[in-house]
Design a protein around this ligand. Structure first.
Ligand code: ZN
Ligand code: ZN
Length: 181
């Protein structure tokens, strides 16, 4: 597992040319996160994180790429499935409000997401967690075509087929089913 300290990047360790960091976030790392936050919207996960840290005066530009697999639950059929997700992000870290920038150099970056850091360390763990949350689909689907559950009998239409078909066509359930279509 990636130890906590691997995520703590001392700002004075970032050379003028920037610094590249790769972090292999595996099952154990996600298990630890889950312990801290039981409401996580996914289970088993394996994510590769690559970040480039660039220094602009006191500002730190974090350019990151996440690539991995997470177990999500389909929002239609509720089954667990493995989602392959990727995302790129740019995040500008500026010294916390309590610190005044000593140098005049500034990044004009209206399109960048902005965040604060304090002290002399960048906490990549917090940043990566936030970006992983942002990467999750709002409505996960095991497949674009997933038909989900039958609203009447609750059967998983992908796996078992609908039990309503056995009903007579003039039954109240069948009539209701027609209305829903
Ligand atoms: Zn589904
Ligand atoms: Zn049904």
């Amino acid at each position: 597992m990636v130890p906590k300290r691997s995520f703590q990047i001392a700002i004075n360790s970032i050379p003028e040319t920037g610094r590249d960091i790769s972090l292999d976030l595996g099952l154990e790392w996600f298990a630890r996160w889950r312990e801290e936050d039981p409401d996580l919207g996914f289970s088993g996960a394996q994510v590769m994180g690559k970040v480039h840290l660039g220094k602009y005066g006191r500002d730190i530009l974090v350019r990151g790429h996440l690539d991995g697999k997470l177990d999500l639950n389909c929002s239609r059929c509720l089954e667990s499935f493995v989602a392959t997700l990727q995302s790129d992000f740019d995040l500008l870290l500026v010294p916390g409000p309590e610190k005044v920038s000593e140098e005049g150099e500034e990044l004009a970056a209206p399109d960048l997401d902005l965040d604060f850091y304090s002290g002399e360390v960048v906490d990549l763990e917090g940043i990566l967690k936030e970006q992983i949350i942002l990467m999750l689909p709002l409505k996960p689907l095991c497949a674009e075509t997933c038909r989900g559950l039958c609203p009447l009998c609750g059967a998983n239409l992908e796996r078992e087929g609908c039990r309503c078909k056995a009903e007579k066509s003039d039954s109240p359930l069948a009539a209701l089913a027609k209305l829903k279509v």
